[in-house]
Write a protein that binds this ligand. Structure first.
Ligand SMILES: Cc1cc2nc3c(=O)[nH]c(=O)nc-3n(C[C@H](O)[C@H](O)[C@H](O)COP(=O)(O)OP(=O)(O)OC[C@H]3O[C@@H](n4cnc5c(N)ncnc54)[C@H](O)[C@@H]3O)c2cc1C
Length: 405
């Protein structure tokens, strides 16, 4: 079974690609299995796109940042706003992190651009065998290696052998299910409606990233580079609402008009509806099979932490696998990976995104007022604002994970 130093990575999402690039750049051969093919790889629904400073540092370390910056928007500011009267509650400026990071801003660059650029790097790397249109089906492991069963583009069954298997397959991970690992947590009953619109909201005081509080209809508003430049607006929807009815053009227009009335209507470029989960796997590793990214944890996108923390998993894990392959450490370091990254998933990513949603959706007027005052005070105080940004940008979670033995 053993393919002495090869790592089999399932999924060419942002996480699988970052694992593969880091490993290969340190001389570890990788087979990367991806079910999507050349024809449909770039047709994935819009998802993540806000990349925090800590993630930009990691992108830079694998040669990806320079390819992403020209395709994204450098956004130092973050707004918390009250939809009532379109009032600015608090403005946070990432410039406050200039002594903490080389990247005192977020980069608004969508997941699809990240995977496109990372896949190009992976294809060009001699130590990465990229297998598109190949679907992972099951796996076995023994003391000396793993064997992944896949269906190749010709529809035939094949076995891919390696020393370790990394599941970067996303939330529906077969590896996690095969290992019988619980995905503990909950799913929100409301779904989120995402509307993409070509309109420049900055003329109304918004910045590139806005979290907008409202007891009846909280929302998020984000700016993405075009052409044409687009803005994504997120709205909650009631559980009983029909998906098709919610996304009819007239229903989308009505939502946007309710958000910000505009004569002549909006140029809507797309929409989608998604379910939001808060779940963390009870184990991140069993033997030679390891979970990373959405395969290990999923969370609400409010706070933009899912992909970011997944990429932090990717680099943490790859660095440990590299040392194992060099025989510098034993594979018990993979248990440390689990301790570090599960801690971050529960105490940072999950806790923070639950808190974000609660603040935006708060209905009690007195609590709402208190939340807004606290956000305002925090943004105005240089020390508090820096501490806040260290947390939201995930720099604190990386530092804390380093302290975990
Ligand atoms: C609307 C929305 C907005 C979001 N915004 C943000 C944000 O701003 N910032 C942020 O950090 N996160 C955000 N997220 C979360 C983010 O999208 C995910 O956390 C991230 O994409 C996870 O990356 P991944 O590589 O683990 O998995 P995925 O992105 O799901 O990639 C998995 C890959 O594995 C492949 N695959 C799956 N099964 C198989 C199989 N059996 N065989 C072979 N290949 C397989 C898939 O085709 C895919 O390419 C958002 C999510 C949503 C829904």
């Amino acid at each position: 079974m053993s393919e002495a130093r090869r790592v089999v990575v399932i999924g060419a999402g942002p996480v699988g690609l970052c694992v593969a690039l880091r490993l290969a750049q340190q001389e570890v051969p990788v087979t990367l299995i991806e079910t999507l093919g050349e024809d449909n790889f770039l047709e994935q629904v819009p998802r993540a796109g806000t990349n925090h400073p800590a993630t930009l540092e990691l992108f830079d370390s694998i040669g990806l940042y320079a390819r992403l910056e020209p395709r994204g928007i450098v956004a130092p500011l973050l707004h918390y706003r009250d939809r009532h009267g379109n009032r600015l509650i608090a403005e946070f400026d990432h410039a406050r992190l200039r002594d903490d990071t080389r990247f005192p801003y977020v980069l608004q660059c969508e997941r699809i651009k990240i995977v496109e650029e990372a896949l190009a790097l992976a294809k060009a790397h001699p130590l990465i065998e990229v297998r598109l249109s190949t679907t992972f089906v099951a796996f076995e492991q023994a003391a000396d290696g793993v064997a992944a069963r896949v269906t190749n583009p010709a529809g035939e069954d094949e076995t891919v052998a390696g020393a370790y298997l990394v599941s970067g397959e996303g939330a529906r991970s077969i590896v996690r299910k095969d290992l019988g690992i619980e995905f503990e947590g909950f799913t929100y009953s409301e779904r989120t409606l995402n509307i993409e619109v070509a309109y420049d909201f900055r003329r109304h005081g918004y910045t590139e990233r806005n979290y907008i509080s409202d007891p009846d209809e909280w929302s998020n508003l984000f700016h993405w580079k075009g052409p044409p430049d687009r803005w994504r607006v997120h709205f909650p929807t009631a559980p009983e609402e029909d998906a098709e009815a919610l996304q009819r053009p007239e229903a989308l227009q009505a939502r946007l008009q309710g958000f910000l009335p505009r004569q002549g209507g909006y140029d809507i470029v797309g929409s989608n509806l998604y379910t939001v989960h808060q779940r963390v796997a009870t184990r991140f590793r069993v033997g030679r099979a390891i979970l990373a990214g959405d395969s290990a944890h999923v969370n609400s996108p409010i706070g933009a932490m899912g992909m970011n923390s997944g990429i932090h998993d990717a680099i943490n894990l790859a660095d440990k696998l590299i040392k194992i392959m060099r025989r510098e450490v034993g594979d018990e370091v993979l248990d440390r990976y689990e301790r570090q990254r599960r801690h971050v998933a529960l105490q940072h990513t999950q806790a923070e995104t639950i808190r974000n949603k609660r603040v935006l959706a708060e209905k009690d007027p007195a609590v709402r007022r208190k939340n807004h005052e606290q956000l305002h005070r925090t943004a105005e105080d240089p020390k508090l604002a820096r501490a806040f940004l260290l947390r939201t940008s995930l720099l604190e979670s990386l530092r804390e994970a380093e302290q975990i033995a």
